[in-house]
Write a protein that binds this ligand. Structure first.
Ligand code: GTP
Length: 636
């Protein structure tokens, strides 16, 4: 079959992408009705549980137009309807494959069979990196908008992503089966804010299937087929990958030029890694083998490689010995939130390292480096795209790799000028030299730009100013505004991005790059639990904040740390001087004491519950400190 359409579905979270994908899988008989479960492409356990898409998911569907005339006609509110008059006048036999032609089509359908490659994408802003990779592999996108909600933040930002890639975008209003919806209102938004024509917009119910066949016909008609030159030297874009025990690293690819098949010698241009292809195939959505992958197709290549880091997402793959220009990949993702990840069991560090390496292959936006802390042992300092991403990574590490982890507060790197003339870089507060040896502490600053809409510029500015920012410029482009500013990295590492989304109702986007190091009047705020300093709770912070934060922290810790068999003192100190203190009174921990009589099962249950409650505790000295305590630093 030579007709191929490569497309994605993009939308704000919960607008119904995965449900629409379900209908497409059904209509194309890719998945039988019996096998179909809602949100079929969300295969990760976490995705199913939370009802959200985290990973992009490709699938190849085969679709044969049975009755072209009626299928293209049904979209009567769309441009497709224009087809009908001409068809009628020509009295064309709809089954006459070779002669069938639509007025709005820029191609002739010689063969009514189509290969439709869909890449389902996540909607949450933290995962827009997945979206941008999906979009680099396709020619078009369905922009799905919930009829009850209208255009929302991610609708807009995904729209911009797709536009930047020059994709053909097909707008569709979803959930038209619901009562009390204002389709015209949503239609107006699509026309006025995104510039679509009224007759371009489809109306569907991904739930009931209403209008979905018409949408399918519409995408076949409007999304251009890929340019397919099998004679050119191979060039394929790696847009995702995972590790398989038997196949080695499996790369998800979009082939742009040429052809690749089993036993071919291939080379990854970015890493220089070479290997021999074990097998190739397509997504059904399970992996299915086929003879070859050719220009225009989306599929997978099993590389046999054991080292996951050699296959980089965004890299270009070619045949060994052929000289080709690499395809344009995607911008590297930028971490927005940083935190330390430490195994509860110190001996699990190697497992953590191995697991992260595997997870990184599946989640290209994850970045990390080794870290160590006297209180928490060996761990990593990781960068995430947002708070949700951080939560998901932690959960995946725990579920898929059986780890138990503590997340600690994020810090940045400081440059310390010593009185001796020496200069050192410190990210862990415990490594800070004595106050008397410090001449100067410098902190990293970033240059940032925030794009939002006019309406939100005021509240965004307020947020930025509360973070010690220097605003350099405010520009307006139509409805949009761009604030250029400089601010300390420490002000953005934890909740800045989430706050920005809140104050702008999700409309603002943020980009930054490291600028330079600037002096800061900072001190080490030390936290002592039962007289033991706990470095994971300590931090380097501006002097003017130290008293307030120290006080708030010991109060928070008092709530978060459970009573122990003995009294526990909590202290905040600066240069050895206690600035705030609290105490947790002793507690006899016989939880079953109140259970008289011999109800064994109840007693067991209670003990079980207590055991569970102990999870994610880290013993520091004699005290068990729960995860919440480490996170409380993040929240102050
Ligand atoms: P993410 O992948 O997390 O971004 O969400 P999504 O866009 O894939 O949305 P999903 O398909 O998971 O749908 C979200 C919710 O809307 C689910 O409860 C669906 O059952 C429901 N839904 C989707 N389409 C329709 C529709 O056409 N009508 C109605 N009534 N409900 C729908």
């Amino acid at each position: 079959m030579k007709n191929i359409r490569n497309f994605s579905i993009i939308a704000h979270i919960d607008h119904g992408k995965s449900t629409l994908a379900d209908r497409l899988l059904e209509i194309t008989s890719t998945v039988t009705k019996e096998k179909m479960t809602p949100q079929y492409l969300d295969q990760l356990e976490l995705e199913r549980e939370r009802g959200i898409t985290i990973k992009l998911a490709p699938v190849t569907m085969r679709y044969k137009i049975q009755d072209p005339k009626s299928e293209f006609q049904n979209g009567s509110t769309h441009s497709l309807s224009r087809v009908s008059s001409r068809d009628k006048s020509q009295n064309q036999n709809p089954h006459d494959k070779n002669k069938f032609e639509l007025r709005t089509l820029d191609f002739e359908i010689e063969d009514l069979g189509f290969i439709l490659n869909l890449i389902d994408t996540p909607g949450h802003v933290d995962f827009s990196y997945e979206v941008s990779r999906s979009l680099a592999a396709v020619e078009g996108a369905i922009l799905l908008v919930d009829a009850t909600k209208g255009v929302e933040a991610q609708t807009l930002s995904n729209f911009i992503l797709a536009k930047d890639q020059n994709l053909k975008i097909i707008p569709a209003i979803n959930k038209i089966d619901l009562p009390n919806i204002q389709i015209e209102e949503v239609e107006k938004q699509l026309i006025n804010s995104l510039g679509f024509g009224k007759d371009e917009i489809f109306r569907v119910s991904a739930k009931t299937g209403q209008g979905v066949r018409e949408l399918l016909a519409g995408l076949i008609e409007r999304i251009p087929g890929p340019v397919r030159d099998e004679k050119k030297p191979l060039r394929a874009l790696v847009f995702d990958s995972f590790y398989d025990q038997f196949k080695g690293v499996v790369a998800y690819v979009r082939v742009f030029d040429g052809k690749v098949k089993e036993a071919a010698k291939i080379k990854f241009l970015g890493t220089g890694q070479e290997s021999e292809v074990v097998s190739v195939g397509y997504f059904s959505p399970e992996l299915k083998e086929k003879d070859s992958l050719t220009a225009g197709e989306i599929g997978w290549i099993a590389t046999g490689l054991k080292e996951v880091s050699k296959v980089r997402v965004g890299d270009t793959l070619s045949l060994s010995g052929e000289e080709v220009e690499p395809l344009t990949g995607y911008k590297e993702s930028k971490p927005m939130v940083f935190a330390g990840l430490f195994p509860v069991e110190r001996s699990d560090f190697k497992l953590l390292k191995d697991s992260l390496e595997k997870l990184k292959l599946n989640d290209a936006s994850l970045s990390y480096e080794m870290d160590s802390s006297p209180a928490l042992g060996f761990g990593v300092r990781a960068g995430f795209l947002g708070m949700l991403h951080m939560e998901i990574v932690q959960e995946r590490l725990e579920r898929e790799f059986g780890l138990e982890l503590i997340i600690s507060s994020p810090t940045v790197r400081y440059k310390i000028g010593k009185t001796s003339g020496e200069e050192l870089v410190v990210s862990n507060p415990s490594k800070l030299p004595k106050q008397t040896e410090i001449k100067e502490i410098m902190e990293p600053w970033v240059k940032g730009s925030i794009i939002s809409t006019k309406d939100f510029t005021g509240s965004v500015l307020e947020l930025v100013n509360s973070r010690k920012a220097k605003v350099n410029n405010i520009e307006y482009f139509g409805e949009k505004s761009k604030i250029s500013c400089e601010l300390p990295l420490s002000e953005i590492v934890s909740d800045f991005y989430d706050k920005l989304k809140t104050v702008s109702s999700g409309f603002a986007s943020f980009d930054y790059e490291l600028a330079d190091f600037r002096p800061i009047d900072a001190v080490k705020l030390e936290i002592l639990v039962a007289k033991e300093p706990v470095d994971a709770l300590s931090q380097i912070i501006p002097k003017e904040k130290a008293f307030r934060v120290g006080k708030a922290l010991v109060q928070k810790l008092k709530e978060a740390i459970p009573r122990q068999q003995f009294e526990v003192s909590l202290q905040a100190a600066i240069n050895g001087k206690i600035i705030a203190a609290e105490r947790i009174p002793a507690f006899r921990k016989d939880v079953t004491a109140k259970l008289y009589g011999g109800d064994r099962t109840r007693k067991d249950k209670l003990l079980q519950k207590q055991k569970k409650g102990k999870k994610r505790m880290k013993r520091v000295g004699k005290v068990d400190i729960p995860q919440e305590a480490f996170l409380s630093v993040l929240k102050i």
